[in-house]
Design a protein around this ligand. Sequence first.
Ligand code: F6P
Length: 321
Amino acid sequence: MKSIAILTSGGDAPGMNAAIRSITRTALANNIKVYGIERGFSGLVYEEYVELERHSVSNIIQRGGTILKSSRCDEWRTPAGRQKGARFLEKLGVAGLIGIGGDGTFKGLYHFSEEYDIPVIGIPGTIDNDIYGTDMTIGYDTAVNIGVDAIDKIRDTADSHDRLFLIEVMGRNSGFIALNVGIGGGAEEIIIPEQEANVDDIAERLFEGRKKGKTSSIIVVAEGDDEGKSYSIANKLKRLSGMEYRVVILGHIQRGGSPTAFDRYLGSFLGSEAVFGLINGHSHEMVGLVKNKVKFSKFSEVWNKKKNIDQRLLRLNYYLS
Ligand code: F6P
């Protein structure tokens, strides 16, 4: 194997740089050249790349975002776009591609792998953690910690004003972030897309809490497919309970900043294993971490299967609140 290419695609995630660094240094140590494709699949379509040397990835392990930049590429959704990408990879002469990203990236890698024989390995990198075949995705731990830190801060002002706060966290189709942020931050209620919220019941529980002497409350809401949905929930709660509220939407703050130690470790470990995966003949597979062991899963499985939230966490929050 003489050379490989790497790209980062979809929403960036803290820890992607650790993965880029690890892929680059593992490959170079094994005499493999590395090309960094810029702006995700778009760089394959429009032939934008840089050659990565050891020093190109110095001083990036602590940085959020991705030095290769990212995008959501419409052309990659078409066979013609993917054909341009395949031709470019052939022109570069690479023996394999490593793609780091979330569900959209895996969809793109899956279709590409169905059409072309170029070896491809995927690495799960998204703050959402909604990828089948790995316990944790790169960036999730950082996003959860940012969310918990925000709750700790908001709790001070919520308490001072005896207020109800709704804190909306990211997670387009999934409640992984909301569940862990809610439990870690000691929220009274957690609303996730996987389970329909009964606002009447929530109002009732808030009311009961007030009767027992609770003066402020925190509700964590996963944005789901409707960013800003916390406002309509909050209005309904006000009508039912009369409680004054404030809404905080954390949004993209959760995607930035320095990665946690765990995300640096995960990015570094999976990055290196992806390179060995290509060397050892793996292809059309994602490398993940399951029960602390490296696991390769076929793209078809990753793309077609849904990772479910752990229902016990909802029960746990009910007991804790
Ligand atoms: O990275 C995943 C994610 O953060 C989702 O939780 C969120 O809804 C989405 O990306 C928003 O991304 P963008 O604003 O880049 O389209």
